[in-house]
Design a protein around this ligand. Structure first.
Ligand code: NAD
Ligand code: ZN
Length: 340
C-alpha cells in the first residue's frame, strides 16, 4: 500500500510503498478515506528535538482519520466490514492502575498512533477494537476526520462548568477556535479568544467567536472594560503554548478561576505562583481525549449545536501532501484534510 513515511532521521516525510498492516485477533483493519494533518505531524516533518527523541524511524505517520472497516480479527464482535469509523489515537495498556479504574486517558503507558506505532497517512490502518469509534450516518467524513483535535478541544473546554461563565481562550489555532465554539455552544456568557497571527484572528472572527482579540495590540484589561466585566474571567482555556499568553491569562482570572491547559510550550517557563495562590486558581493539564466520554460528548455536539466545518481551510488530495504541510507550517491553514 502507499503511505506517508518518516523514512529518514532528517526533515521531510516521504510517500513510499509499505506492506498492509497485519491484524491480530483484537484488531480492526480500516481503509482510510480521509486523514488530517496535526501540529504533531508538522513537528515530525520538521524533525525537531521532540520528534528526534520520540519517533522511531521508519514509521508511517498520521493519526487524525476516518475510514471504513475492511477486516476484523477473530475476537472482534462490535465492528463489521463496511462500517464507517474513526478512532482514538492513544493506545493504552489496560493493566496500570488508572486503566483498571476505567480512567484510560490517564494511562502512564500510552502509545500514540503515527507517533510510536504505524499511523493513518496510509491506505490501511490497524487499530485495537477498543480504540475504534463508530461514526453515525449524519456526521460527514471530513468532520469525523478531525475528531482527534476536536476531542482535545472538547476535553479541555468541558473540564469545568461553562454555563453562564466568562471564558478566556488564549490561542486561536484550530483547537483554540474549536474550544471557543464549544464554550459558546454549551452556554458560556462571554467568550474571548486571543491570538497574534492575523490569519488566525480572521478565521476566529469568520467562525463567529464572540470577541476576538489581537494580543499583540490590545490589553485584556481593556477588553474586560469593553465587555463590562468588573471582576475577571471564570474559566481559562490555554490553547497557545505561549508563556506570555499564560501569564496574561493568570493576570485577568477572577478569584477562584479555573484554567485548563492544553497548549504545549516549547521550553519550560516561569509564572508568578503567588498569583495562583492568592487568587486560589485551579490549574488542570490536559493530554488527549477522555476515553471515551469525550468522544460521546463530541459526537453529540456536532450532531447538535456545534458547527466546526468552517475550520477546514484546505481539502487536498494525498499526492499534494507537501502543500498541506507547508500551509500548516506557515500558519495560513486551519485544518488540512487529505483525501486518499
Ligand atoms: P497552533 O499552533 O495551530 O495554535 C496555537 C496558536 O497560538 C497560534 O495561532 C499562535 O499564533 C497562537 N499564539 C502564539 N502566541 C500567542 C500569544 N502570545 N497569545 C495568543 N496566542 C498566541 O496549535 P493547535 O493545533 O491549535 O493546538 C493548540 C495547542 O495545543 C498547541 O500548543 C499544541 O501543541 C497543543 N496540543 C496539545 C495536545 C495535548 O494533548 N495536550 C494535543 C494537541 C495539541
Ligand atoms: Zn494503562
Amino acid at each position: 500500500m502507499r503511505a506517508l513515511v518518516k523514512a529518514k532521521a532528517e526533515p521531510g516525510i516521504w510517500m513510499e510503498r509499505v506492506p498492509v498492516p497485519e491484524i491480530g485477533p483484537n484488531d480492526v483493519l480500516i481503509k482510510v478515506r480521509k486523514s488530517a494533518i496535526c501540529g504533531t505531524d508538522v513537528h515530525i516533518y520538521t524533525w525537531d528535538e521532540w520528534a528526534q527523541k520520540t519517533v522511531p524511524v521508519p514509521l508511517v505517520t498520521g493519526h487524525e482519520f476516518v475510514g471504513e472497516v475492511v477486516d476484523v480479527g477473530q475476537a472482534v464482535s462490535e465492528y463489521r466490514v463496511g462500517q464507517r469509523v474513526s478512532g482514538e489515537g492513544h493506545i493504552v495498556c489496560g493493566h496500570c492502575r488508572n486503566c483498571r479504574a476505567g480512567r484510560g486517558h490517564l494511562c502512564r503507558n500510552t502509545l500514540g498512533v503515527g507517533v510510536n506505532r504505524p499511523g493513518s497517512f496510509a491506505e490501511y490502518l490497524s487499530l485495537p477494537q477498543h480504540n475504534v469509534v463508530a461514526i453515525p450516518d449524519d456526521v460527514p467524513d471530513e468532520i469525523a476526520a478531525i475528531f482527534d483535535p476536536l476531542g482535545n478541544a472538547v476535553h479541555t473546554a468541558l473540564s469545568f462548568d461553562l454555563v453562564g461563565e466568562d471564558v478566556l481562550v488564549t490561542g486561536a489555532g484550530p483547537i483554540g477556535i474549536m474550544g471557543a465554539l464549544v464554550a459558546q455552544a454549551v452556554g458560556a456568557r462571554k467568550v474571548v479568544i486571543t491570538d497574534i497571527n492575523p490569519v488566525r484572528l480572521a478565521l476566529a472572527r469568520k467562525l463567529g467567536v464572540h470577541h476576538v482579540v489581537d494580543a499583540s495590540a490590545e490589553k485584556l484589561a481593556d477588553v474586560m472594560d469593553e465587555e463590562h466585566m468588573k471582576e475577571g474571567f471564570d474559566v481559562g482555556l490555554e490553547m497557545s503554548g505561549s508563556a506570555i499568553a499564560f501569564r496574561d491569562m493568570i493576570e485577568v482570572m477572577n478569584n477562584g478561576g479555573k484554567i485548563a491547559i492544553l497548549g504545549i510550550a516549547p521550553t519550560a517557563f516561569e509564572i508568578d505562583w503567588n498569583k495562583v495562590i492568592f487568587k486560589m486558581l485551579t490549574l488542570k493539564g490536559i493530554y488527549g481525549r477522555e476515553m471515551f466520554e469525550t468522544w460521546y460528548k463530541m459526537i453529540a455536539l456536532v450532531q447538535g449545536p456545534l458547527d466546526v466545518s468552517g475550520l477546514i481551510t484546505h481539502r487536498i488530495g494525498i499526492d499534494d501532501y507537501r502543500d498541506g504541510f507547508e500551509a500548516m507550517r506557515d500558519g495560513s491553514a486551519g485544518k488540512v484534510v487529505m483525501d486518499w
